[in-house]
Design a protein around this ligand. Structure first.
Ligand SMILES: Nc1ncnc2c1ncn2[C@@H]1O[C@H](COP(=O)(O)OP(=O)(O)OP(=O)(O)O)[C@@H](O)[C@H]1O
Length: 240
């Protein structure tokens, strides 16, 4: 197994506020890695630094063996942000076609990828509608389809299933597992504990630090708990 994402001693401040404090993280290739932690703990900031959208104040990040930021990584990383970045005057299909065009996919491949991504998030029958007329959940689903459009090697998803109903959530998770089987590496942030349970490995972030990490099973054993929800309570109170 090789390391797809390596975060080395990352520190990030915004003025006087320290948001990430000496974070180390390694995500092996083919893993689904979950970041959990309370609101404001630094998960989104960490994810943005890994994608290359923000720079660390100190420390370094490597993805697929390349220093971040790196233009060659754009094609390799599919990123779904917490806020939807979509063109609301365009239809769902036009949005997907636009993002696909950024990656210079051949016409037949582009068509297949748009069909695949729309189908995965159950938007096929709504593709001709303007995004303005989409519900919040539909916009989230379209954002996930955009993140997948170029068939990236690495997927970084910031709370991807917020506002998505349980049935579709299950089918999205089934697809994430099948992408993992194909060797993709997936980093996800979540507040939903049954989703955390579907990850191969978890790190809990609190006050800008990773306070514990391991497989869901290891964490349950370590803290003597049966539900991951309790990790928030048991691990959350103190740094290790
Ligand atoms: N550009 C910025 N300038 C100043 N402070 C910021 C900036 N971006 C984030 N922060 C602060 O950094 C802290 C961590 O925010 P972040 O969004 O990374 O948390 P999070 O764990 O993703 O939270 P949530 O689960 O609510 O999304 C917060 O206190 C936030 O206010």
């Amino acid at each position: 197994m090789s390391s797809t994402i390596v975060v080395n001693a990352v520190y990030k401040d915004f003025g006087k506020k320290v948001v990430l404090n000496n974070v180390d993280l390694t995500v092996e290739s083919g893993q689904i890695y979950g970041l959990i932690g309370p609101s404001g703990s630094g998960k989104t900031t960490l994810v943005k630094i890994i994608v290359g959208m923000d720079l660390p104040s100190e420390g370094s990040v490597h993805v697929l063996g390349m220093d971040v930021p790196n233009i060659h990584l754009l094609q390799q990383i599919g990123y779904m942000a917490q806020a939807d970045a979509l063109y609301s005057d365009l239809t769902g299909e036009e949005n997907l076609a636009f993002f696909a065009s950024l990656f210079k996919l051949k016409k037949d491949i582009r068509k297949k990828r748009i069909e695949y991504a729309a189908n995965l998030v159950n938007l096929t029958s709504n593709l001709k509608k303007k995004v303005n007329d989409y519900s919040g959940g539909m916009k989230r689903r379209l954002s996930l389809a955009v993140a997948l459009i170029q068939d990236p090697q690495v997927l970084i998803l910031d709370e991807p299933t917020v506002g998505i109903d349980p049935e579709l959530r299950q089918s999205i998770w089934a697809e994430l597992h099948s992408l993992k089987e194909k060797g993709k590496t997936i980093l996800i942030t979540t507040h939903v504990m049954d989703e955390a349970d579907k990850c191969d490995r978890l790190a809990m972030v609190r006050d800008g630090k990773i306070i514990t990490s391991g497989s869901p099973m290891e964490l349950r054993e370590k803290y003597g708990i049966t539900s991951l929800e309790e990790i928030f309570l048991k691990a959350g109170g103190k740094s290790e």
